[in-house]
Design a binder for this molecule. Structure first.
Ligand code: 5AD
Ligand code: FES
Length: 350
């Protein structure tokens, strides 16, 4: 096995040059994926957790330059789902075996803290064996505390990039890396299972930036790490930039699995969009989560963060069946389980 992988395995962190060495060459790929898969099996066996994603609002006050539903995009048909619709999605999802519901949306001030708490509370009361994950952006700590008290278990907030200069190139002046970081640490302090992550190959990103992201994650110690390739959206200021690299994303999934053996790492929709078997290969590279869509098909197309997003025409049940086959073909199986993080190796007890 490559000396570098051996070093990564023992230290779970590398010097900048060493990291860059792994990122820029495909020489280590087979060893990297084999080691990542060995570790994922040590902690999770062949289990793959599914999360039902409910994209409940595509209104957003922000204007991130990479994102298709940014406030400035006037071509988006905006929608909001009411509580009853969200609960219907959960109902459908529960019957299909989902035990985690992810409420994701843009930063939409129409939904007050109370509305979010009501939704969370109702879902948690109705499905006592399920987890609720929120992914609704940067908020005050007091708001995060209220959601947590209402029953939210997990929170997803990708840092997107950990380099200050790069952050400014991806976001307008109204957004601050420091605030995003503060949010992530607040969430951890409150007790959430926290997910962070970044896009691979976003405009102006360098290998050095990616290394900074890996180091940022090492400090944060998140329970979940979501990464996916950057994908172009035609109605953004970045419409002329190419997609990120599929293989670099796979390599980074493997590196993340080795760095964070216990982590919940999704094979993302973006990965399935950039390559037809992207999610299967993501799983083989160390991912252990998939997050299919539970939103009503009528609004799917309107939550287009990037062009050609997959699964926008399929009903939840179709996605569930499709994924089942894909996961099995990769050598794993979907389990009906709340899918909490496993901090210890499997030893028959866990
Ligand atoms: N390509 C890939 N991923 C994107 N996201 C937003 N826009 C894009 C894009 N154009 C990701 C961001 C965000 C997550 C919900 O989707 O990382 O955190
Ligand atoms: Fe949605 Fe395949 S997972 S159609």
């Amino acid at each position: 096995m490559g000396v570098m992988i051996e070093r990564l395995k023992t230290n779970r962190i590398l010097d900048n040059d060493e990291f860059i060495g792994i990122l820029e060459t495909d020489r280590y790929d087979a060893d990297l994926y084999a080691e990542a898969d060995r570790i994922r099996r040590e902690y999770y066996g062949t289990d793959v957790y599914i999360r039902g994603l409910i994209e409940f609002t595509n209104h957003c006050k922000n204007n991130c330059y990479y994102c298709g539903i940014r406030a400035g995009n006037e071509n988006v048909l905006r929608y909001r789902l009411d509580k009853e619709t969200v609960l219907d999605c959960c109902d459908n999802g529960y019957r299909l075996g989902y035990r985690t519901f992810v409420l994701q949306g843009g930063e939409d001030s129409y939904f007050k803290d109370k509305n979010i708490c009501d939704m969370v509370y109702e879902i948690k009361s109705k499905y006592t064996d399920c987890a609720v994950t929120l992914s609704i952006g940067e908020k005050e700590k007091t708001s995060y505390q209220e959601y947590y008290r209402a029953g939210a278990d997990r929170y997803l907030l990708r840092q997107e990039t950990s380099n200050l200069e790069h952050y400014k190139m991806l976001h307008p002046d109204s957004m601050f890396f420091e605030h995003r970081k503060r949010c992530l640490y607040d969430l951890k302090e409150i007790g959430y299972q926290v997910g962070a992550g970044f896009m691979v190959g976003s405009p102006y990103q360098t290998y050095a930036h990616i290394v900074q992201d890996l180091k940022f994650l090492k400090d944060l110690q998140p329970d979940m790490v979501g990464i996916g390739p950057y994908l172009t959206h035609k109605d953004t200021p970045f419409s002329q930039f190419p997609n990120g690299s599929f293989h670099l994303t796979l390599r980074l999934i493997a590196i993340l699995r080795i760095m964070f053996p216990y982590a919940l790492i999704p094979a993302t929709t973006a990965l399935g969009t950039i390559a037809p078997n992207g999610r299967e290969l993501g799983l083989k590279a160390g991912a252990n989560v998939v997050m299919p869509n539970l939103s009503p098909v009528t609004v799917r197309k309107q939550y287009e963060l990037y062009d050609n997003k997959i699964c926008t025409g399929e009903e939840a049940a179709e996605c569930r069946g499709c994924l089942e086959r894909r996961v099995v073909s990769a050598g794993y199986q979907i389990v009906t389980d709340i899918g909490n993080v496993r901090k210890k190796k499997r030893n028959g007890i866990l």
